[in-house]
Design a protein around this ligand. Structure first.
Ligand code: HEC
Length: 442
């Protein structure tokens, strides 16, 4: 549900109160920017251009473009429902608890949601087309998202091909390709980005990993962008070995023959020694990851809500830069909390509106990224909804156990971690304290 002033709008029935709403819209605190109420051209297009069209454009992953009034009008009521329930834009974080400052936050403000809701209630008028803002530059679906910030990648690798039939089951590709000859000496990686081949491969690759030994050269999920390591941080890779591709494909309504995945890698300059080293995202589980149920494994009764928790003690200090929840179709909530060695407990982040289609990585702003001392316990809590109230539950009569398929379950979080020596932890903590003091002074 909406934050802010949900009671107000949800109590009014549009049919009965439309005139009243129009009247209210005339008051300045309802956010009207022109006489006569909210219009697409003046008020709504700027919100969509800023928050929706990067995906909802002909080359994007959104199912329909939302560029013009003609594009948007038929979807008005669906747009209202999706933004009011915070399903769109995809950002499924609980806004009432935990850290709220993220680099990639694409959520709408309460005010923007209210504007869209009341515009649709008022009949979704177009208004004066000369008031339309300029369309932003739309991302080219074929390019690398990180290239805008980092320039072209140092190298790109391709997975073996796989055909994804229109209405088949989900499929996995697990295969090796040689890495020999790509680099000629050990190098530090600065960033990676994995994606399906444009255009249809982008839509069928639900999530995937490509690793070189223990080093990830790309971890992807729908809605997740590439991984850029923090400043002065790198991941060391060797010039030999094999890439292991582990790709999970979901069918769409058309055949996608011989599709593949590609990963782009940006390196630090030759000879560069980073201050901090990382392995990128690391998996912290709440389940035991087994097949049939034993203690710690997943076992969800029919028609039930089930909670599972798992803990991990950090035997080294760490800087946590992101988290990415992972459950399947019964997943509803997942959170990650820190229990510090002094007993203090802090919610680091919680998703309360999980949608299995999306694999979003929540990337902390630098000045709030959790600095975790050695001995911190990470507590992961998963809530599954195996009732008929879960709109994507394939069958609430089933017992559900661990498994790869979307109809089975999992329970883990991918966490962006940079492990630190005690000395590095002290340095970063002192820096953080200084920054916070400066901000408080202002
Ligand atoms: C990161 C990409 C992305 C962004 C940003 C995004 N969408 Fe979407 N949208 C999608 C995808 C993919 C789907 C289909 C899957 C789903 O429904 O989750 C979708 C589905 C929808 C639907 C349902 C369509 C249907 O046929 O029922 C609506 C409505 C919608 N989006 C509106 C919006 C609006 C409005 C915004 C901005 C306020 C927005 N979206 C932002 C990618 C995006």
């Amino acid at each position: 549900m909406m934050n802010g002033r949900p009671q107000f709008w949800s109590l009014l029935s549009p049919a009965v109160f439309a005139p009243a709403i129009l009247l209210l819209l005339g008051t300045p605190d309802a956010g009207v920017t022109q006489e006569g109420g909210l219009t697409f051209s003046a008020d709504i297009a700027p919100i969509l251009y800023e928050n929706c069209v990067r995906c909802h454009q002909p080359n994007g992953i959104g199912p329909m473009p939302l560029l013009s009034f003609e594009d948007v009008r038929p979807y008005a009521s669906r747009i209202q429902r999706k933004v009011e329930t915070r399903q769109m834009p995809p950002w499924h974080l609980d806004k009432t608890i935990g850290i709220q400052e993220y680099k990639n936050d694409i959520s709408l403000s309460d005010f923007e949601i209210e504007q869209i809701v009341s515009w649709v209630d008022a009949g979704a008028p177009e208004g004066d087309p000369t008031k339309l803002p300029m369309l932003p530059d739309l991302p080219d679906g074929n390019g690398w998202q990180l290239a805008e910030r980092l320039g072209p990648p140092d190298f790109v690798m391709e997975s073996p091909a796989l055909t994804v039939a229109a209405n088949g089951q989900d499929q996995w590709l697990i295969q090796r390709t040689p890495f020999e000859g790509v680099i000629d000496q050990p190098r530090y990686v600065r960033a990676t980005e994995l994606k399906g081949a444009y255009p249809l491969g982008v839509r069928v690759l639900h999530h995937g990993h490509v690793t070189l030994g223990s080093r990830p050269l790309g971890r992807q999920g729908i809605g997740k962008s590439g991984d850029v390591f923090p400043e002065n941080t790198g991941m060391l890779i060797q010039p030999s070995g094999n890439l292991l591709w582990n790709l999970h494909y979901f069918p769409i309504d058309e055949d996608v023959p011989n599709t593949r995945a590609m990963t782009a890698v940006w390196l630090h300059p030759e000879g560069y020694e980073p201050e901090y080293t990382t392995n990128g995202e690391i998996r912290f589980t709440a389940d035991a990851g087994g097949g049939m149920p034993w203690a710690g494994d997943i076992f969800i009764p029919p028609h039930s809500i089930k909670v599972q928790q798992g803990t991990h003690v950090l035997n080294r200090a760490a800087l946590m830069t992101s988290f990415r929840p992972h459950m399947h179709m019964r997943g509803r909530e997942q959170s990650i909390e820190a229990i510090y060695p002094d007993g203090r407990r802090e919610m680091l982040g919680k998703v309360d509106n999980y949608d299995h289609f999306w694999q979003i990585s929540y990337q902390y702003e630098d000045d709030v990224a959790p600095l975790l001392p050695k001995g911190t316990v990470l507590l992961i809590t998963t809530v599954w909804d195996n009732t008929a109230d879960n709109p994507i539950n394939p069958d609430p009569r089933q017992w559900v156990v661990f498994g790869q398929r979307g109809v089975d379950e999992m329970s883990h979080v991918w966490v962006g971690m940079t492990y630190l020596s005690d000395e590095q932890f002290e340095t970063l903590s002192a820096e953080r304290a200084r920054l916070t003091a400066e901000q408080d002074d202002r």
